[in-house]
Design a protein around this ligand. Sequence first.
Ligand code: PLP
Length: 435
Amino acid sequence: MSDHDIDPTSPRMAPKPEVTKIAGRELKPSTLMMGHGYDPVLSEGSLKPPIFLTSTFAFPSAADGKRHFEGITGKRPGGADGLVYSRFNAPNQEILEDRLSVWDGAEDALSFSSGMTAICVLMLAYASQNDVIVHSGPLYAASEGFVAKVLAKFGVTYVDFPAGATREEIDAVLEKAQAQADEQGGKVCMVYLESPGNPTNALVDIEAVRASVDAAQLDCPIAIDNTFLGPLWQRPLDQGADIVVYSLTKYVGGHSDLVAGSIAGAKKWMDPVRMLRNTMGGICDPNTAWMLMRSLETVELRMSRAGDNAAKVCDYLAKHPKVEGLGYLGMIKDARQQDIYDRHCKGAGSTFSLLLKGGEAECFRFLDALKIAKLAVSLGGTETLASHPASMTHLSVAEGRRAELGISDNLVRISIGIEDADDLIADFEQALEAV
Ligand SMILES: *Cc1c(COP(=O)(O)O)cnc(C)c1O
C-alpha cells in the first residue's frame, strides 16, 4: 500500500452527508458552488473534483448493469442510478448539473455541448409532426432559424409575438396558435421565450404568459432563454416558466474560453429531453464541465461587478451629446417594460445597446477607436466587448424585419466586463471623440 492509499475500512472513507442548511438557514447558491454535489472522500481527498476522462463505467455486477440500462432506456422510471456510458452522463457533468439546478431553484438540469445544442434537443424532444411552437420575438438568430427552417421540414409551424406583449395580446396569440394546430392536426407543443431580447433588451412578461397558458389549458411547457440575465438577475421558474435555457458560453462560463449550454426545470420536463440527449449525444464534455464548475464559483462576483460597471458606464454615456439613446435595463423609458422589470428582474445586467447619433459610419469609427473594449460578438465575459448587430450578428436578418426588431444602423451592442469602471469610461470617452 503506498502512502496515498486510504484504508477503505477507515471512517474517513465514508461519504459525508452534504450540508445545505445551518441553524435552519438555507445556504445560498454562492456558498454551495464550492462543494455541492461532490465529496472529496470519494476521490482520494482531492479538494477539487478530478476530470473523469472515461467513455464507460464498470458495473459492480451484471444485475447492476441491467438495472442501469433499464433506467437509461426508460423501461424503469427515474433514469439510471449509476453511471453507464459518457454519452449519457459522467461525474463532472452530474456535479455541474446539480450546481446549475441550485441557481434556478430547479429540480433537475441537463448540460450540453453548446447553447444551441441545448435549444435544438429541447425543441426536438417536444415537437411532433404538425405541431405549433409559440415564441416571443426577437429570438437569438440561430434559435429563430431552427424553428423557422429546420423544424419546418417536419411540418412544425410557429406563431410569434413581440416581447412586451400584454396578457390580452398573448391570449390572442395562443388562440391563433391553437387554431393553427387544429388545422394542421397537431398541438401547441411549446411556448418558447427569450427575455430580454437581443439586442434591444425588450422584456417578456413571463407571469402573463403563464396566466395565458393556464387559461387556455395548454398542456405544454413554457421554456425561456435566460442567457442575458441568468442566473443572477432573473429566475424565470419563480415567475411561472417551466424550463430555463442557457448558453453557458456567456455569463456562466464568463471568460470567453468555452462553449456550452444547459436547461433546467422539473424532472418531468427534463426527462423527455434527457432521453433524446441519451440518443443523440450533445452532452457537455468533462473538461468543459470542470471549467464551468470553476466559473460557477465566481459567477456572482463577476456578474455583480459587471453590473456595477455597466451602471457607471451607462450613467456616463446617457449624458454624452453624441449619444442618441441607450437600451439599458437600468434606464427603461417605457412604463410597461418598467413594470415587467420590477416584477421579474433583480438587476439590469451588463449587456445593452448604445444608439449613436448617425449611422453605420459613426458606429464603425467608434468601434475602431476603442482601445480596451474588444471588437467581437458574444457577451458575458470578463472583458468588455462591442459589436455592430446590423452588419454582424443580424446581417442575415431581412432589412424590414431588422427595422421591426429595432436593430438600426446606429446601434452598437456592448457587453461590459469586470475591468475598472473609470478605465472603461475613459475608453468610451476617447472613442466617442473619434466619431
Ligand atoms: C449565444 C446565445 C445562444 C447560443 O449559445 P451557444 O453557446 O453559442 O450555442 C443562445 N441564446 C442566446 C440568448 C445567446 O446569447
